[in-house]
Design a protein around this ligand. Structure first.
Ligand code: NAD
Length: 311
């Protein structure tokens, strides 16, 4: 498997490490407009071949080097500075995606290529990348709320003293401030969340739920305040997504792809089945009225933001 990563900043380099450590790629190409940075990352990461998987890692000077890639990951563009929201990056990163995607499509020769979008504001960038690439919607996949869902699962698991692997809980909608924590469909193992809390005598009060929601939604802001950017969590999410594609695992992941047509089209996160051909099915969990309303609101925010960018 040949994987290209475009944008080798904090996120792109962490993704390169995480993808390398899956052992599933035989070649990883790194591209950045800052060629010195890409070359340094390729060299640094390449030395780690002596300690783990022997993956060929190269820095590309131009887009011709991406030929033959099975997956192209786009993590280029501005990140949030302390206090900034993801939406503040809208036009700046729309320009970056508009620069990258046509170049990728002009050079890619693999008709089954999948684009993985990481750049924020994520959902709008997925819509733009899908439009520019003209690829089927299921092959332009944003990491969406994979990271938000992971944060929810980990925080819930600590609260309930159970492994995060046993927590099935989703954050839906925008990867941004309007994301929706879906409490109604959450299960621990195969047991509904409320039932689990009753049986284990670990009540999850409205206050506790509100605190958990707040922590999930503000996690990125806290991390950015402390270390300037976030990269480890998203790198784990991308490696997980790449694994599901390469191994054709058909995992259910809350990724963002475009659905709907014309004025109704939007990219947002819902549980979707992801395998070798990309996203094959989208599932809609049962939600409460409040959650459904919040999801519709989130969808409208994404659509409105997409309408604001110069295309
Ligand atoms: P960074 O500033 O460290 O790196 C960005 C890199 O992109 C730089 O090396 C820059 O040279 C490169 N770049 C800019 N324009 C380019 C272009 N046209 N072509 C090729 N390379 C280009 O930023 P970062 O912290 O690595 O964040 C990258 C993006 O990832 C941001 O948009 C950030 O918000 C996003 N992000 C997303 C998630 C998520 O869950 N989806 C999580 C964290 C960060």
């Amino acid at each position: 498997m040949k994987i290209t990563i475009i944008g080798i900043g904090s996120v792109g380099s962490a993704i390169a490490t995480a993808v390398k450590n899956t052992g599933l790629a035989h070649e990883i190409v790194l591209y950045d407009t800052d060629g010195i940075r890409a070359r340094a990352a390729a060299e640094d990461l390449g030395h780690a071949a002596a300690f783990s998987f022997d993956v060929k890692i190269t820095a590309a000077n131009n887009y011709r080097a991406i030929r033959g890639s099975d997956i192209v990951i786009i993590a280029a563009g501005a990140n949030q500075k302390p206090g900034e929201t993801r939406t503040d990056l809208l036009q700046k990163n729309a320009t970056v995606i508009s620069d990258i995607v046509p170049r990728v499509m002009a050079n890619i020769d693999n008709k089954n290529v999948k684009l993985v979008i990481v750049t924020n504001p994520l959902d709008v960038m997925v819509m733009l990348a899908q439009k520019l690439s003209k690829l089927p919607a299921g092959r332009v996949i944003g990491t969406g709320t994979m990271l938000d869902s992971a944060r929810l699962r980990v925080i819930l698991s600590r609260t309930l003293a159970v492994s995060p692997q046993s927590v099935n809980a989703y954050v839906l909608g925008e990867h941004g401030d309007s994301s929706v924590v879906a409490w109604t469909p959450a299960t621990i193992g195969a047991i509904g969340l409320d039932d689990f809390c009753r049986q284990t005598k670990t009540p999850l009060t409205a206050n506790t739920r509100a605190t958990i929601e707040h922590r999930v939604k503000t996690a990125a802001y806290e991390i950015i305040r402390g270390r300037g950017a976030t990269w480890d969590g998203i790198a784990g999410a991308v490696a997980d997504l790449v694994r599901s594609i390469i191994n054709d695992e058909n995992r259910i992941l809350t990724v963002s792809t475009v659905s709907g047509v014309g004025a109704k089209s939007v990219a947002m996160s819902l549980p979707r089945i992801v395998g070798a051909v990309g996203v094959t099915k989208t599932l809609m969990p049962k939600l409460s009225k409040v959650e459904s309303y919040a999801l519709r609101r989130s969808e409208n925010i994404i659509r409105k933001n997409y309408g604001k960018i110069k295309k």
